[in-house]
Design a protein. Structure first.
Length: 316
């Protein structure tokens, strides 16, 4: 099965035209890498005369830090990056994700899986397959039934089982990235059947982001290249659920001195936005990383003036 974006079902476009979003996880304050993603998505929306939404992806509650959402919003506002609609919190949207899961179950696309990471690693090792550092293990199909069936998932869940999406054979997804050009991923060989709801009952990022983007009418997704490998999975889920596929643009990552992506895991320091000068300096560093040059650099430049110049400099 080879799927190109042009083959996807495309419901009518959202009435508001261009709709972008920034969707941070509240695992800590914004750092330089997350500000690059925020600024790039904000500029793309403003350049196109569209709306920019803020979604807090607090679905993975064990990783979320109390108060981080408020800090993130304060940092964005200090940088002049205001949003256009009410903030959405994923932790309040479980019913929407459950409806999508039920729909996929009706299509006989799901099956329960009791495999631990250790079990999966052991099976892959026996097959002589090694997973590179910082990459996901390709699920070998240990729990996959021989024939697709529908299960009862509307009743209380078996907390010992995750729910995986059964992929068809040769599930290859092709799409065009607005920054990186043509992309092609074989989900069978590079990902395997992936989890939509975890053993602990939490819905996964892959399902939640697809449902949220569709229900918010997101037309353009501008985000970091670390999420590029997720895009094919999300496009495939969009097809199954009858959602329109947004246009994607993946931005260059900010790396640390060791060549690792900046993240909370690598102890990335938060951006400093306690006053206008600090916030403007953080914005200038983010813009430089995005390749925006010749922007106002005077001490008397306001953040609003600087953002207007950056919007004019942004190449849609």
């Amino acid at each position: 099965m080879i799927l190109a974006v042009s083959q996807l079902k495309n419901p009518s476009s959202p009435p508001d035209g261009y709709r972008g979003r920034f969707a941070p996880s509240p695992t800590g304050p914004l750092h330089a890498g997350s500000l690059v993603a925020a600024l790039g998505s904000w500029l793309d929306a403003r350049k196109n005369g569209g709306k920019w939404l803020l979604r807090i992806e607090d679905l993975d509650t064990p990783r979320c830090i109390s108060g981080a959402s408020q800090i993130i919003q304060s940092q964005l506002l200090a940088c002049g990056l205001s949003w256009d609609e009410e903030v959405i919190y994923q932790s309040q949207r479980n019913e929407a994700y459950q409806r999508a899961l039920v729909r996929l179950n009706e299509l006989a696309c799901l099956y329960p899986c009791a495999c631990s990471r250790q079990t999966i690693a052991g099976v892959l090792a026996k097959l002589g397959i090694e997973t590179p550092r910082n990459q996901e293990m390709v699920y070998p199909g240990t729990c996959r039934p021989k024939t697709p069936i529908s299960h009862s998932i509307t009743e209380p869940l078996n907390i010992k089982s995750a729910w995986r999406l059964a992929l068809p054979q040769d599930c290859r997804i092709k799409f065009n990235d607005l920054a990186l050009g043509p992309q092609n991923q074989n989900l069978n060989t590079e990902v395997g059947d992936f989890v939509l709801r975890r053993k602990d009952g939490l819905f996964t990022y892959q399902l939640a982001v697809v449902v949220d983007d569709a229900e918010q009418g997101i037309s353009h997704i501008v985000r970091g290249q670390d999420l590029l490998s997720n895009t094919a999975r999300q496009i495939y889920l969009q097809k199954l659920l009858g959602y329109k596929t947004p246009q994607y643009r993946h931005l260059p990552l900010v790396l640390d001195a060791h060549g690792e992506k900046l993240s909370k895991q690598t102890l990335a320091t938060q951006i400093y936005t306690q006053d206008k000068q600090h916030a403007l300096e953080e914005l200038r560093k983010a813009a430089k990383h995005l390749g925006l040059n010749n922007l106002p650099d005077g001490e008397n430049t306001s953040i609003a003036e600087w953002l207007l110049a950056a919007t004019h400099a942004w190449q849609s």
